[in-house]
Ligand binder design. Sequence first.
Ligand SMILES: *[C@@H]1O[C@H](CO)[C@@H](O)[C@H](O)[C@H]1NC(C)=O
Length: 367
Amino acid sequence: MIFKLLLVFSAVLISAHQTSAATDKIICFFASWAGYRNGDGSFKPNNIDPNLCTHVFYAFLGVDTDGSLKILDSWNEIDLGGLQNVESLKSVNPNLKVLVSIGGWNAGNAILNGVAASSTLRANLIASCISFFQQWGYDGIDIDWEYPVNSDKANFVKLLQEMRTAFDANNYLISVTVSATPLSSYDVPQITAVADLINIMSYDYHVAGQGGVTGHNAPLYGPESVNTSVHAWLDAGADSAKLSLSVPFYGHSFTLADETKHGIGDSATTGIGGPLTQSPGVLGYNEICEYYNDWTRVWDDEAQVPYSYDSFNWASFDDPESIGIKAKYAADNGLAGVAIWSIDTDDFHGSCGTVDVLLQAIKNNID
Ligand SMILES: *[C@@H]1O[C@H](CO)[C@@H](O)[C@H](O)[C@H]1NC(C)=O
């Protein structure tokens, strides 16, 4: 009798598990070049907390014209042990998934345009992926094609479908990282049918220098926002259980034209770069919290994100409060999880207090 009851009880547990779409994925993009940053800015695989990330995406590899995967910086990825050391994190957390990400902004459309158009080259890429997964112990691929054009639409789907068929025997994962708003070159229902994960790049809604005015990097609400992007993908046919929104662990910096006009939409040009990331117009969260924490912080009630200013300096960014709210939004909307671009600019030394304060804000709010 007790045995029977236990069986019934566990059957109920199993079915409850299968029907509830949990928001349980924390997808950590690791920009492998972050190891080259100055001093405290240098972020290596051993700075990744494999118990906070559920997935680590190693960014980026390229694709050769013959369709094979191309290691772009063999010193960093191989000699210094980048690829190997990320995979080794699975010995700390056996549930961790480690994927290799191909493409990115610098690769542009050329990364896959020619390869996806040819059945031979698609087959070469797929074979190259499988041998890479076997050689390096990776669990799958993330395709970060920025961006397919309309003539690539059917080829992108063919590539994904052929990958699915070839990967299924070993359960290799397929992720796509896509524009915040669905493009006409995405066949959303077909992509959804095949991909395990769809990460929308819900940031850079307004970048430094754009239109000569200040603006939010990643507002949660408003006319062009994380919320409108998520809805657009769901309306286009994406499955919420595969969709993750992204949060930026960086902000955009501006130089104000008039230091007394420091609101949203005020005149500004590209702002300062930080001492660690050294890129004008962009500041890592670690830089914002460590070096610019005396700026005046303003919370935008509509957008649910902060900005800050000091004299002629101005920055739009996310902090633990706005990131916590976005993670809760992902959970409330039954999304797969939250992706991060990129974990190497979290406060990973805890210089401002809590180690990995942004990742912690995600974890605390999706649980
Ligand atoms: C979120 O976006 C949807 C679709 O655009 C809209 O209907 C809804 O009002 C938005 N939510 C908020 C709180 O702005």
